[in-house]
Structure formats: C-alpha cells, structure tokens
Design a protein around this ligand. Structure first.
Ligand code: GLU
Length: 305
C-alpha cells in the first residue's frame, strides 16, 4: 500500500494543497501504508527549487513528512525516463506533431470539455511528411498522442463511477510541448507506476484527466493505482483558492497558528471532526473514513483561518 504527494512547486502551498496532502496521508496511513513524495516541476521556470524546499519544510512542520524515496524525485531530472515511454508510443505510430497556435485551438467554434479545455479536433493528425517538413521550418511543433474512439471508465474510491470517450470528450492530447518539456499526463503515469504507487489521492480538478491516464497505463503496460478524488476547497466567498491568495498560504498560516491548529481546523472543515480542535495528523488516523468527506465543493467556514 503506497500513497504519494505530487505537488507542483509553483508557489508556497495553500490550504487546498494542504488538504490534499492531509487526506492522502490519512488515507494511506489508515491502511498501514507508506507515503512517497515527488516534486512535479516539469516546468522549471514556473517551479523554482525554493518552493520545492518550502513544501518539504511545510510538510515536516505539519507532521506530514513523506516516508521516501531518498533522494526525492524531481520530474525536471527524469526526462530520459519519460523519453523511453514516449518513444514506445511514437514507435507504434501513435504520436504526431501539432503546429496549431493557441488562438487556432481556442477558436470560437471549438468544442469545449467539461473542465474548460478544448477538445482537439485532430487538425494536424493527417499532415503529410512534406507538410510537416515545411511547417517545421518556422515552428517547433508540440507532440500529441492519437486516442481511440473508446470509452474509458473507472470507479473512483470517493466520487464513484466516471467515464469519458477519449476521442469525443478529450481528443488527441499533448505528450510533449514545443520546447521539449514532457506533458504532465505522461510524466504522472510513468512516475506513479515506477514508484510503485498503489493509491492516488488528489483534487477533483484532475478527475477528468484520469481516463486519459488510465489509457496511457494500459498502452504502456504499466499497473494503474486506485484513485480517490477529493472535492475542491473554496474560500468562504466561493472563490477558488490559488497560490496567489497570500492569506491562505502556509507562510501566513505558520505565522498565525500552531501545526495542530492548522490540521485540526482543516479536519473540521472537511468533516473529520465536529469542532475545530487542535489535532495532530496521527490522532486522526484511527477514525479516518472517506465516508465522512463530502463529495461536493467545500466552502471554508468564515473566520476559520
Ligand atoms: N502536480 C499536481 C498538482 O500539484 C498533482 C498531480 C496529481 O496528483 O496527479 O496539482
């Protein structure tokens, strides 16, 4: 039984990130498992080391330190590994270059997914070698993988059954950007499988990525974990928390509360205790249950933090 944290260090953690870490830790520990940490810094410009270091320090302060691996894997250092799996898809003719600009992709006529992303209409799928050579002279293409007209469904441990028809609801998706950076969808699948992760706990904003990832697991011959998607934690006024909300960042919380106060208040907000009493993570393990966590978005109570 192995769970994980996979934060993207594009800023200091906020309460939403923390909620995800707390529930991943509790879910795994309640089954007697270990929790691994991986830093998802594929986009190194947006994810400087200082934020990764701060995440490790914040987790330790909260009593949520990971059990391994040592050293911590950084996705920015694992390109050769992703390349191997990317090549195995490319060798099967499933990968093609895409020259579409952002404005072409977001044309008013483009069908949109439930998460606001565009369903890629396959514009560049049929380019001839001569067209590819001509377009490559002026632009480095991104690379997409061709998905089947197939429904991929799964039963989420918390949210229940979810499915998508990959061709209709998603379209061919990126495996690699024009600047050579591998896409999250590929890296997360390869890393969770190679790290032996058996349980993934993460925010519901990633529920709709899961069919794509399950298909990649299948095509790459890798074992897929069990998924648990948790509801989004929203500010008292219904706003989405973001790393720009300084008031909800760990930096600010650490200046105002003890670790037990932060953990206890958060546990109260997500339904794990009936009053915002200070708690250690360890003290929440024995009566942790997914049944106590709501399935809908959670509004943080006014003045809790
Ligand atoms: N790195 C992602 C994030 O911080 C999480 C990815 C995942 O859990 O699959 O939002």
């Amino acid at each position: 039984m192995t769970g994980r944290y996979a934060p993207s260090p594009s800023g200091r953690m906020h309460l939403g990130n923390l909620c995800c870490c707390l529930l991943a830790w509790l879910s795994t520990k309640s089954k007697g498992g270990q929790v691994l940490l991986r830093i998802e810094d594929l986009d190194t410009l947006r994810c400087p080391r200082v934020f990764a270091d701060a995440i490790v320090d914040d987790l330790a302060w909260l009593g949520l330190s990971a059990d391994g691996p040592d050293p911590t894997p950084y996705q920015s250092e694992r390109s050769e590994i992703y390349q191997h799996y990317y090549d195995s898809l490319a060798d099967r003719g499933l990968v093609y270059p895409c020259f579409c600009s952002r404005s072409q992709l977001h044309a008013a006529s483009a069908p949109h997914r439930s998460d606001g992303q565009v369903v890629y209409p396959g514009t560049c799928r049929g380019l001839t070698p001569a067209e590819i050579a001509a377009q490559s002279k002026t632009k480095a293409p991104a690379w997409r993988v061709q998905v089947p007209d197939e429904v991929i469904g799964f039963t989420d441990g918390h949210m229940g059954y979810y499915e998508e028809n990959l061709a209709r609801d998603c379209g061919d998706f990126y495996l690699r950007r024009g600047d050579g950076v591998f896409a999250y969808q590929l890296a997360v699948v390869v890393d969770d499988a190679l790290m032996g992760v058996t349980e993934v706990v993460r925010g519901a904003d990633l529920l709709s990525s899961t069919p794509r990832q399950l298909w990649l697991y299948r095509e790459l011959g890798l074992p897929a974990p069990q998924f648990y998607h948790l509801p989004l934690l929203l500010a008292p006024d219904g706003r989405r928390l973001s790393k720009r909300d300084g008031d909800q960042s760990l930096e600010n919380l650490r200046a105002r509360f003890s670790p037990e106060e932060v953990v206890g208040r958060l546990a109260f907000a997500v339904g794990l205790q009936d009053a915002p009493r200070p708690r250690t993570p360890q003290s929440l393990v024995s009566d942790f249950s997914w049944a106590r966590i709501p399935k809908h978005d959670i509004l943080l109570p006014e003045n809790l933090f």
